[in-house]
Ligand binder design. Sequence first.
Ligand code: HOZ
Length: 424
Amino acid sequence: MTRSQELFERAQRVIPGGVNSPVRAFRAVGGEPLFIARGQGAHLWDTDGKEYIDYLGSWGPLILGHAHPEVLDAVVRAAAAGTSFGAPTEQEVELAELLCRLVPSLAKVRLVSSGTEATMSALRVARGFTEREKIIKIDGGYHGHADCLLVATGSGAATLGLPGSAGVTRGTAQDTLTVAWNDLSAVAAILEREPIAAVIVEPVCGNIGCVPPRPGYLAGLRDLCTRYRTVLVFDEVMTGFRVALGGAQALYGVQPDMTCLGKIVGGGLPAAAYGGRAEIMACVAPDGPVYQAGTLSGNPLAVAAGLTTLRLLERPGTYEKLEATSHRLIEGIGALAREAGVALQANRVGSMFTGFFSGSEVLDYASAKRSDAARFGRWFRAMLERNIYLAPSQFEAAFVSLAHTDADIARTLEAAHHAFQALT
Ligand code: HOZ
């Protein structure tokens, strides 16, 4: 028995499913989760000492790789000055100023501790601002696990084949309307029919796997929301600072009314944020009537990690380097699949990507679900055997970091070649 297997046995006795988040459970790909001992750069080591090239990056935050020395140094210095005050600090002002400078649509921003908190709070603010109740989300869109967003949800729920979640009341669920990704007319039909507080989208879907917006889709959402005075919320928890320094809104040139940030904004520690137009953010307590709070909001360690990460990302050439590495990897994987006669849709935006085991284009959740998830599982395990650590689900995105070297990419392509051959 390996050390990971031993730990998993112990974990299952005291933690539901043996994991602290369902996506970690490897249920859709078979086998058991690895227990991770440490990470450095683009590499991970499990508790049995086996090394992997990591394309999960803790589900997105680690764009600089693991244990980046400047981030570590900032966290250690922050910790030495005190780990939490529950009072304002200079550094959280610096982070808020930086966010408002980097993300085009942010006039004001509130720091929270997780992406779930960010989306849940943004929707409450949108409802308070518009004095409307219903929201629209995308079929397969995942925005964390607030009740109103666990409807037709992606990520772990898609992986496990759950359409939503027990424990969400009918009353809550009926205020969440869903439409297919990339279908503008479906959004228009609802907005025409009834008052809607907010439309929330991941501007690049990441939780049904990586599925980009069709040309004109985000701009179309912008126009519709403006026309019907509905708050357009971009959940940029995954795409923020990932697909461009200013997020997907900078990449596609479309400004939402509100933006949710997470993952990279905390540099690997628990920080997230939501913000938007000043008149909307004026609704947030203590300025306005929408209540939202948090003991650890703006936590000094998380703020230090986030600030340092964003400042490093601001250096010239960062996103060009990420693009070149990602291009080489995903084009390479696509070519190897073709060579092996394996039908694969290699979807990518910047450094986020998913290889869908499908013969037809993946444009939304319905087409993502037509992928051969069992075949993905076999490929995933073949890659893992060859020391490549990917997201353990067909319906998740994987991430390239600035720490991935040419040698890492070459090793990954070599592994992918053998893994595709093993499938056929
Ligand atoms: N957004 C991540 C998965 N798509 C969250 C990770 C988790 O649920 O633990």
